[in-house]
Design a protein around this ligand. Structure first.
Ligand code: ADP
Ligand code: MG
Length: 349
């Protein structure tokens, strides 16, 4: 009898399901922050304020001025596979939002103590719900909050000690958080970002127009715009724009390379290869270009639903993307070579 009991099949407890999903997308405070910032951007926020204590492990709070969540949807936001962003297969085929899987909030809730305060844009009141490892502790309570949303998490992995062990020092975890804010800030110049750590403001980026080099300077360093070529190329329904670092400004490591596809930072083999080819004639072997590039194309021509973290994508016609990126960068580089003169090596290494 008990022998049989041990191999009976049972449905997993919903809370455990969320903790398993959290294992895929919530690795550390930075991955939590990425999901929460994406939600704020999807809500149309123009200002995002982030406060963290102990690199976000102890406390992470993010406030946005987006459209907010209705009182009657607050509990739903915490349940798995619940999303306002897609409704049917057609929507899935042409995703224009950063999120769509409805997994982030329930995953985060399952490994933290979380509270959501939100006031929907047409509501006359803000509401608060709290949860403790996915168990919603109260009905929505009225609270004072402007239009938008504040999500606060405390004690990341407090209930999953095995996961907590993989967290690094606050210094390391904070570096990852800082990277997330920088990436997000590069993806949306028109959104203001503020980051505070242990009560001190460490980054404050006002909103600027889309191609304004001030944002680039603040995020990547003063010398990046002047050592890069800004370009904006359109071919049929694809547009590639941004800053391509001059060969003379190359680095020994590939640590200042950002490629955004429809506003989403991606790391794609096709794209990386195309860029490398584009630089091939002007860059010494072993050197890595600096770039911040934006590719825009019809979302129906790319599948972003490849992996839960959505860093990988699948282009429907990857050959076309490859040749557009390669040819554009090659042209930009050969144009700039004419202007700048011969190849030189920088003093960085
Ligand atoms: P997804 O982003 O994939 O839809 P999430 O779990 O990240 O799933 O969020 C669930 C839902 O909660 C979203 O679809 C959205 O409706 C709502 N939501 C989450 N964060 C915010 C926010 N900051 N502002 C407005 N709505 C939000
Ligand atoms: Mg989301």
């Amino acid at each position: 009898e008990s022998l049989h009991e041990s191999h009976r099949i049972q449905a997993l407890d919903p809370r455990l399901i969320n903790q398993i999903a959290a294992g895929e997308i919530i690795e550390r405070p930075a991955s939590m922050l990425k999901e929460l910032v994406e939600n704020a951007l999807d809500a149309g926020a123009t200002s995002i304020d982030i406060e963290v204590d102990n690199a976000g492990v102890k406390r992470l709070k993010i406030t946005d001025n987006g459209h907010g969540i209705l009182r009657q949807d607050l509990a739903m936001a915490l349940s798995r596979h619940a999303t306002s962003k897609i409704h049917d297969l057609d929507d899935l085929e042409q995703i224009a939002t950063l999120g769509f899987r409805g997994e982030a909030l329930p995953s985060i809730a399952s490994v933290t103590r979380m509270s959501i305060q939100s006031r929907e844009q047409d509501a006359d009141q803000a509401w608060l719900v709290s949860s403790d490892g996915n168990n919603i502790t109260t009905d929505p309570q009225p609270i004072a909050h402007p239009v938008g949303t504040t999500i606060e998490t405390r004690d990341l992995f407090y209930n999953t000690p095995a996961r907590r062990k993989f967290l690094r020092t606050d210094t390391t975890e904070f570096k990852h958080l800082d990277q997330v804010v920088r990436r997000m800030a590069l993806s949306r110049f028109d959104v203001a970002f503020k980051l505070s750590h242990n009560g001190r403001v460490v980054m404050h980026l006002p909103a600027v127009p889309a191609d304004d080099p001030r944002r680039l300077k603040m995020v990547c360093g003063d010398n990046v715009p002047e050592n890069s070529v800004y370009f904006d190329e359109q071919r049929e329904d694809m547009r590639l724009s941004g800053w391509a670092g001059l060969p003379s400004f190359s680095r020994s490591q590939a640590d200042m390379q950002y490629f955004f596809l429809n506003g989403r930072l991606i790391r794609d083999k096709t794209v990386v290869h195309a860029i490398r080819l584009g630089y091939q004639d002007v860059l010494f072997h072993g050197r890595h270009p600096v770039y911040v590039l934006y590719l825009e194309m019809d979302p129906a021509r790319v599948d972003v639903n490849v992996h839960p973290t959505k860093h990988e994508v699948r282009f429907r016609e990857s050959g076309q993307v490859h040749s557009f990126v390669f040819r554009t960068l090659q042209a930009v580089m050969s144009r700039s070579a004419g202007e700048v003169g011969s190849l030189q090596v920088d003093a960085e290494t």
